[in-house]
Design a protein around this ligand. Structure first.
Ligand code: SME
Length: 164
């Protein structure tokens, strides 16, 4: 039997993402579908959500978008705050295996043990990010990173196409 988080499962999730991507959806509908899919199918992805940069805000601020999981107190995050701010300001994926050891971490749930945040690029600039929390330590390995970066690229392409 296939392992719940093994390669078979990841292949199945990738196919479901490709199927979602083949549909005629706005970027907003696509992001909504993605958070539902990832949260439901990836058993260690206990909170899945988007933070998008507010257009023209000075100083820049990330605003909570579609998400699945418990409501978070962090609905607006400045770029000098949190793991979310670090990923958006550096333009690089941030993986934290143990959030209790990372002084940047802004707590969303007491159950969260690890986190991945992947920036979304639109025309070469960071426009937002995909943030995933897990109740399990070190939940995000190389294959997870690849999967979440793939999702972020698909969202970036949709936003570039200009149909929010
Ligand atoms: N943990 C994030 C804040 C967002 S919540 O996880 C949903 C951070 O440190 O930026």
């Amino acid at each position: 039997m296939a392992n719940a988080t093994g390669p078979d499962k990841l292949d199945e999730v990738r196919r479901a993402i490709e199927q979602l991507n083949s549909k005629t959806l706005s970027a907003d509908q696509f992001m909504q579908g993605l958070v539902i899919l990832l949260h439901e199918k990836m058993l260690k992805y206990n909170w899945v959500g988007f933070y998008m940069l507010e257009p023209h805000a000075q100083p820049p601020v990330l605003v909570l978008g579609h998400f699945q999981g418990a409501m978070t107190p962090h609905t607006r995050i400045h770029l000098n705050q949190g793991i979310c701010g670090a990923a958006a300001s550096s333009g690089k994926t941030v993986v934290v295996d143990d959030v209790s050891k990372d002084p940047r971490y802004l707590a969303c749930s007491l159950e969260t043990k690890s986190e991945i945040v992947v920036p979304i690029f639109v025309n070469g600039a960071v426009a937002g990010e995909l943030d995933i929390d897990s109740h399990f330590p070190a939940a995000f390995g190389a294959e997870d990173r690849e999967l979440v970066e793939y999702c972020a690229r698909l969202v970036g392409k949709r936003l570039e196409a200009g149909r929010l």
